[in-house]
Design a protein around this ligand. Structure first.
Ligand code: AMP
Ligand code: GLY
Length: 428
């Protein structure tokens, strides 16, 4: 059996890796893939945004189904195109993907379905948005409604900063079309967790919670990045919180999407904030998160292939057994290039340490140069997942392996999971 994985980052490498664990006879084809995916399957030079090219590839290879990693092709309607051509595909339609691609859509849907979230209003005119900022006071959150490569959210600590953000989006065009509609949202405080659920549009198979580490520096300091690491499970995401997330977040959101005529199939990602008033949705994503996927999938003791194939084929997962999890913890440490999250050099030679038990090296921004040498090709270069009997041992193993990766100016955080470790060992 063949599957096609669309994308070329560490998330896609982790997806291909897990599917191959489930069925070692599987042929994992990826487009465009990366050297990590090339080592476990075959990469085809088709861009993740080339929907016609991907459909032609899926048909030519007679793949059982296609899994879409990034949000870009989902927003562009890859799932609609595949389905119209009779090709099985895991991911939401363009309309359902609006749960991520339009913050206004997501907010209106949540409010109508009584899903707990921060109050917000949408504006296209500066004066009205500024008036809302004055009404709410600081801190206040300004968000571009559309996809802005993870940069469209400004948590403003003063009303002046909020007004600047509004002007830059509505008048300054900083995010183009994505910022021509802004949300002015009430500020929430609390710890953030990421919870994923596989869904056929009605039923869910929830996964264990993970926590991303957005800041470049240890102790969560410095500028935001695409994610410097993640761990799973998260101790504050108790069984009670998990059950509430299904009942109060996933099921009503899916029901609202069905009622709107755009059922959501694929992987629904809820970014939750654990506030004093309970868990609230910060955002939804319409796809697997990165780097959370690299920590969560290696913790799965049961298969991903079967529920994914059922969902891609449009079948129900009503009778599917709950996902089984390994004991212990996984920690993913991202190894980034010098200068990240700013401009980075690429083409620097990478030397990987020898393979190690309980360590999986997922490739993110790597490529092979004309001599076949593995070199850097992006800000986040590798995602190194270690499994351990405890969070502490997984963190040590992951960081130690990361420290043995060699390339010019490489940087990583050795403290992934620090909040949970502090919680588990207060005073340590
Ligand atoms: P988003 O792209 O919507 O996930 O927002 C990016 C980040 O901004 C989140 O992970 C939060 O840390 C922060 N954020 C978003 N909305 C709020 C809010 N209402 N209150 C406080 N922080 C927020
Ligand atoms: N980890 C955040 C995201 O995937 O959007």
């Amino acid at each position: 059996m063949k599957v096609l994985v669309v994308g070329g980052g560490a998330r896609e490498h982790a997806l291909g890796w897990k599917l191959l664990q489930d069925d070692p006879t599987l042929e994992v084809i990826s487009a465009p893939g990366n050297p990590g995916l090339a080592a476990i399957g075959r990469c085809e030079k088709v861009a993740a945004t080339d929907i016609n090219g991907l459909a032609a590839l899926a048909r030519r290879e007679s793949v059982a189904f296609t899994v879409v990693g990034p949000e870009g092709p989902l927003e562009a309607g890859i799932v609609d195109h595949f389905r119209a051509n009779g090709l099985a595909v895991f991911g939401p339609s363009k309309a359902a993907a609006q749960i991520e691609t339009s913050k206004r859509f997501a907010k209106e849907l949540m409010l109508a379905a009584h899903v707990p979230t921060a109050r917000a209003r949408t504006f296209t005119a500066v004066a009205a948005a500024n008036a809302e900022v004055e009404r709410l006071g600081a801190p206040v959150v300004i968000k571009a409604s559309g996809l802005a490569a993870g940069k469209g959210v400004i948590v403003a600590t003063s009303t002046a900063e909020a007004r600047d953000a509004i002007a830059s989006m509505l008048e300054g065009n900083v995010f183009g079309e994505a910022g021509h509609e802004v949300l002015v949202e009430e500020f929430m405080s609390g710890e953030e967790i990421s919870v994923f659920a596989l869904t056929d549009g009605t039923h869910v198979l929830p996964m264990i919670a993970a926590q991303d580490h957005k800041r470049i520096g240890e102790g969560d300091t410095g500028p935001n990045t695409g994610g410097m690491g993640a761990y799973a499970p998260v101790s504050i995401a108790t069984a009670g919180i998990a059950a509430q997330t299904v009942d109060r977040v996933f099921l009503p959101t899916l029901a609202a999407l069905r009622a709107a005529g755009s059922p959501f199939t694929g992987l629904l990602y809820a970014g939750l904030m654990l506030t004093r008033d309970g868990q609230k949705v910060v955002e939804f994503n319409c796809r697997f998160g990165d780097p959370e996927t690299e920590a969560i999938l290696p913790m799965m003791a049961s298969g991903l292939l079967e529920p994914m194939r059922a969902i891609a084929n449009g079948d129900s997962i009503a009778g599917a057994p709950p996902i089984q999890w390994r004991a212990g913890a996984a920690v993913t440490t991202v190894v980034a290039a010098a200068g990240y999250p700013g401009a980075v050099d690429s083409g620097d030679a990478i030397a990987l340490p020898p393979d190690e038990r309980d360590v999986i090296v997922f490739h993110a921004g790597t490529k092979r140069n004309s001599d076949g040498q593995l070199v850097t090709a992006g800000g986040r270069v590798l995602a190194i997942t270690a499994l351990g009997a405890s969070l502490g041992s997984a963190q040590k193993l992951s960081a130690a392996h990361a420290s043995r990766v060699q390339f010019e100016g490489r940087q990583f955080r050795a403290d992934i999971g620090w909040r949970d470790l502090a919680r588990q060992h207060p005073g340590a």
